[in-house]
Design a binder for this molecule. Structure first.
Ligand code: SF4
Ligand code: SF4
Length: 406
């Protein structure tokens, strides 16, 4: 894959001794530093662009603390400089290369609601304040650049307006030099029986921009998504509000495991590679995050960042969209108000994506076990079926997910 970005290994790190001095190769004993350097050299230096009105420049694809450690080190070599969920690290697992060059990285703390989950829990100024203070201590990062609060977002625009606990916690922490920029992630709550008055992500995020306090947001975004979220991304760009796509894969891992699908894909590309090119050059996003489990995935995916779609990639995206529309819930919640049993359809199918697409089966099982109504509560009445824009066979998907996660 020839590319302007592809540069020799020696342009990253002159010697392995130099790499070790920079704190690389010390966090992941399992994979030799030479393999990490070789992977980074295949990807090259990632282009950057402004994240938001702060003017900070971030790599077109950012990283996450739950990546494989060797992929994090390759990412650092390639210039990945924003780290989602940095509070998942502790003093033993935080990459030494980030600690040694702290100001070169933007580390984000992700703050959940308390006394319940994202649907039932509360926004609580004091609890959020204490969580971040403890996370600073636990990680040894000294401060977090970005405070993502509330994780999962506001239930509706009224809550954004009336409940300022997250913002007050941010302001207290900012005065102490422990956080610098406020941001949030936002899920859909429209039609959610556990969240009365819940609204969709695009509606809440448009209100977040108008409110003017937050600087950037993360939300579900992938190929084949509807007009609403695309309109929001364009609006955000025009206002200098930063946008990060998450849950971008929409079934790419299951496509990769489907030999028939892969045999029809145009030669010279892959689902993850085409996805990276599309996200970074064919949308108005500031950046995106993609789950990476090993060095091969890192190379396959991140080598596409900032490169235009070729004919093969465009065709791959068309095929991936058709596949995702057939197989993967887009978490739009449109079916939810129509379920006579109050089954948390989108929540269940989100966990199916964790297990099937992100290799997080144990996490998915744990979350699934906590639901008050699981897939086996479905009475196969069919009331939801006409309301799924993708025409998914919802009862069948709930049944297969129940088998997968029970
Ligand atoms: S088929 Fe199942 S999920 Fe759909 S409305 Fe009926 S009970 Fe709810
Ligand atoms: S099952 Fe269909 S309608 Fe329901 S959340 Fe998924 S994509 Fe949307």
């Amino acid at each position: 894959m020839a590319s302007k970005n592809r540069i020799g290994r020696r342009e990253f790190i002159v010697t392995s001794a130099g790499a070790l001095a920079a704190g690389l190769g010390t966090a992941c004993g399992r994979v030799p530093l030479s393999e990490i350097e070789a992977a980074a050299a295949k990807v090259g230096r990632l282009p950057q662009r402004p994240l938001d009105r702060s003017g900070r420049k971030v790599s077109l694809l950012i990283g996450a603390a739950d990546w494989a450690p060797e992929a994090i080190e390759a990412g650092i070599l390639c210039g990945v400089n924003y780290w989602h969920k940095s509070d998942k690290w502790n003093r033993d697992s935080v990459p030494p290369a980030i600690l040694k060059n702290r100001e070169a990285h933007y580390c984000e703390v992700c703050v959940d609601r308390v006394h319940g989950n994202h649907e039932t829990g509360a926004i609580d100024e004091e609890a959020h304040y204490q969580y971040v203070k403890q996370a600073v201590e636990r990680t040894g990062l000294r401060y977090f650049d970005d405070m993502l609060c509330p994780h999962f977002g506001y239930h509706n625009t009224a809550e954004l307006k009336d409940n300022r606990g997250a913002i007050r916690a941010f302001e207290r922490l900012k005065k102490e030099g422990l956080v610098r920029h406020p941001c949030l992630s936002q899920h859909n709550y429209n039609g959610n029986a556990r969240v009365p008055g819940g609204e969709d992500a695009a509606t809440v995020l448009a209100a977040v921009i108008a409110d003017g306090l937050y600087e950037h947001a993360q939300f579900f975004f992938s190929f084949g998504d509807g007009e609403e979220i695309n309109k929001f991304v364009s609006l955000a760009k025009s206002k200098g509000f930063g946008t990060t796509a998450m849950k971008t894969g929409a079934g790419t891992a299951r496509m990769q495991a489907d030999s028939e699908f892969m045999s029809k894909l145009p030669p010279g590309t892959t689902p993850h590679h085409a996805l990276a090119r599309w996200l970074t050059t064919s949308t108005d996003l500031s950046t995106a995050v993609i789950r990476i489990n090993n060095l091969d995935q890192f190379v396959d995916t991140y080598s596409g960042a900032g490169k235009p779609l070729r004919a093969a990639d465009a065709r791959a995206i068309e095929m991936m969209t058709a596949y995702a529309n057939r197989e993967v819930c887009r978490l739009c919640n449109d079916c939810m108000t129509h379920c006579t049993e109050g089954v948390a359809i989108a929540e269940i199918l989100r966990y199916e994506r964790y297990a099937t697409d992100y290799g997080e089966r144990e996490r998915a099982r744990r979350l699934y076990a906590q639901l008050d109504k699981r897939g086996d509560s479905c009475q196969v009445c069919g009331s939801c079926l006409p309301h799924c824009p993708q025409g998914l066979n919802i009862p069948a998907k709930l049944a297969s997910t129940h088998r997968l996660l029970s």
